[in-house]
Write a protein that binds this ligand. Structure first.
Ligand SMILES: [Ca+2]
Ligand SMILES: [Ca+2]
Ligand SMILES: [Ca+2]
Ligand SMILES: [Ca+2]
Length: 265
């Protein structure tokens, strides 16, 4: 059974000798409901209710024959032992919450929003992607959703905020999808906005494994992203309006890129 250990990093500045010591303290242990739930496969956090303390979210995509389930925990000064709310997939094998992410504030109301995808559907076109807008209190009803198109094999195998890549003041998000009919996987960016639509605003084919927000690395007012192929080939895309699909620079055969840039929430 996979345990998820939440750790708190406390930094103590030592005056003599003149170096800093990072002390890591275990503050809680969180355990899935059953051994094959894959509890903790994905985690994320954010202050979704605006009380200045982050909630943290843990998914278990294997829960109940791959229905999938996500658990929301509210930190209120103490580390909680039980979730304050859970959301689960509708049917078997959908793997709801296989990947989810704090998308940043896609509806520009001051609170971050959480996106959750159903990875798989036996009909290959009916997977749903939900967005829960931050609110106080939070509730379990998705506020915006879209559905996969025909021939979708895996919906949202990777998903993250990408900051504001088109510089319009609304946070945008990116996801990776796998289609039966395409040679390449697709990386798609959806622009946030007052009225969000379900058509991708930026698409690029490729088998890049990981997508990372970088913030605005060239300080031009548009946030930028990094994609990584096979853990050792990095492509950097600078944001813009419009944002083109040609990498602005690439690093090949480098040391393994397992990290990424800072989160843009
Ligand atoms: Ca909060
Ligand atoms: Ca929001
Ligand atoms: Ca934007
Ligand atoms: Ca930029």
């Amino acid at each position: 059974m996979k345990n998820l250990i939440i750790i708190l990093i406390a930094t103590a500045l030592l005056l003599a000798p003149a170096y800093a010591l990072n002390e890591m303290t275990e503050v809680g242990v969180y355990t899935g409901e059953w051994y094959d739930n894959y509890f903790g496969y994905r985690t994320d956090m954010g202050d979704f209710d605006g009380d200045l303390m982050d909630e943290f979210v843990i998914s278990a995509y294997g829960w109940n024959e791959q229905h999938g389930k996500i658990y929301w925990y509210e930190y209120d000064g103490d580390w909680p032992t039980d979730p304050f709310m859970t959301v689960q997939g509708d049917t078997t094998l959908t793997e709801y919450g296989h990947w989810f992410s704090n998308l940043g504030d896609v509806n520009n109301d001051g609170l971050p929003d959480l996106g959750v995808s159903e990875l798989y559907d036996e009909t290959y076109h009916n997977q749903r992607f939900d967005v829960y807008f931050g609110s106080n209190p939070m509730d379990t009803i998705p506020d915006w959703d879209m559905y996969a198109v025909e021939s979708m094999m895996f919906y949202g195998t990777y998903l993250d905020s990408c900051g504001d890549v088109n510089g319009d003041g609304w946070a945008d998000f990116m996801m990776k999808n796998t289609y039966w009919t395409d040679i390449d996987d697709q990386i798609e960016i959806y622009y946030g906005g007052e009225i969000m639509d379900t058509l991708p605003d930026w698409t690029r084919g490729g088998y890049d494994d990981r997508l990372y927000p970088l913030g605005d690395i060239n300080n031009d007012g548009f946030d930028d992203i990094l994609t990584i192929f096979n853990y050792n080939y990095a492509r950097f895309y600078l944001g813009g309006s419009p944002m083109d699909t040609i990498p602005d620079f690439e690093i090949d055969n480098s040391v393994a890129f397992m990290g990424g840039g800072g989160r843009r929430h």
